[in-house]
Design a protein around this ligand. Structure first.
Ligand code: 8IG
Length: 267
């Protein structure tokens, strides 16, 4: 086993021992604007930097905790902090939550993010289902000759479950850039031309890593801001945090309902 997968095994074993929960059936990464959702349902929590392969969050709006949410169904959700590629710890750190989740027994990975939208009619805080992605990071979380199929990587089965909860959910193609700078307006235009609807700095690499270890993936993207050049004015992290606040209540309820439904539809 490679070092990265050994580290994930260690993290999962540590979480199992500390939490006393033998299996977490679902895993969840909370992106910008999602942090405050589900906090009322946390039944176990630990500082992330105590767990092998994790560190304290360096970005405002991101968590430094690893937590368990116990659902009404009795199933457990492992909430793992995200590492972004732009933080400079490499693709292994980005892939670590997916690998930890699989090692902890998870079958489904729920990814959330905040992102820039290409449609000027979309509202701040509006949530979308990711149906596919365009990976513009020029890298992969996978090393070696492992040729992972990315057809239907955002599970159609799980997307249908989400659409039963909220039939107004639209599907989008998400383009991941490395960041940490936001896109140039020309880059945003390019994404539109090649078939993308949202731009962000996460999720695509994590989804690839999750597919490598056989997790079913569902990803929710909140438009926190119009992407650069879509409307007049610039993009700021403050706007991003404010939009997250605007959508918090409704999106938290959606996410809680979704986790509950997913836990009742484990394959
Ligand atoms: I929140 O407009 C958030 N994250 N790349 N572009 C990119 N990432 C983002 C954006 C955005 N908004």
């Amino acid at each position: 086993m490679s070092k990265a997968f050994e580290l994930a095994e260690q993290a999962a074993n540590f979480i199992r021992a500390e939490s006393g929960i033998p299996q977490h059936e679902l895993a969840l990464c909370l992106g910008s604007g999602w942090l405050k959702t589900l906090t009322g349902k946390i039944t176990w929590s630990i500082d992330a930097d105590k767990v092998p392969g994790y560190r304290t969050a360096e970005v405002e709006g991101f968590s430094s905790q690893i937590s368990t949410i116990t659902l009404d169904s009795g199933k457990h959700v492992l909430v793992l902090p995200r590492t972004h590629l732009y933080q400079g710890y490499g693709v292994e750190a980005v892939a670590h939550p997916a690998r930890t989740a699989a090692a902890a027994g998870a079958k489904i990975m729920v990814l959330t993010n905040g992102a820039g939208g290409l449609n000027p009619n979309w509202k701040p805080g509006q949530v979308f289902l990711i149906s596919d992605h365009i990976n513009l990071t020029a890298t992969s979380p996978i090393e070696g000759a492992k040729f992972v199929d990315l057809t239907d990587m955002y599970s159609p089965r799980l997307r249908n479950i989400a659409k039963q909860i909220d039939p107004t959910l639209e599907e989008v193609v998400y383009a991941q850039f490395r960041g940490p700078h936001y896109e140039s307006p020309a880059e945003v235009k390019m994404v539109g031309i090649v078939g993308g609807h949202m731009v962000g700095m996460s999720t695509a690499l994590e989804t690839i890593a999750a597919r490598e270890v056989g997790l079913e993936v569902i990803a929710l993207s909140m438009q926190t801001n119009p992407a650069a050049g879509v409307v007049a004015g610039g993009v700021s992290h403050e706007h991003v945090l404010a939009a997250g606040k605007a959508g918090e209540q409704r999106n938290g309820e959606l996410l809680a309902e979704l986790c509950e439904a997913l836990s009742n539809h484990l394959e």
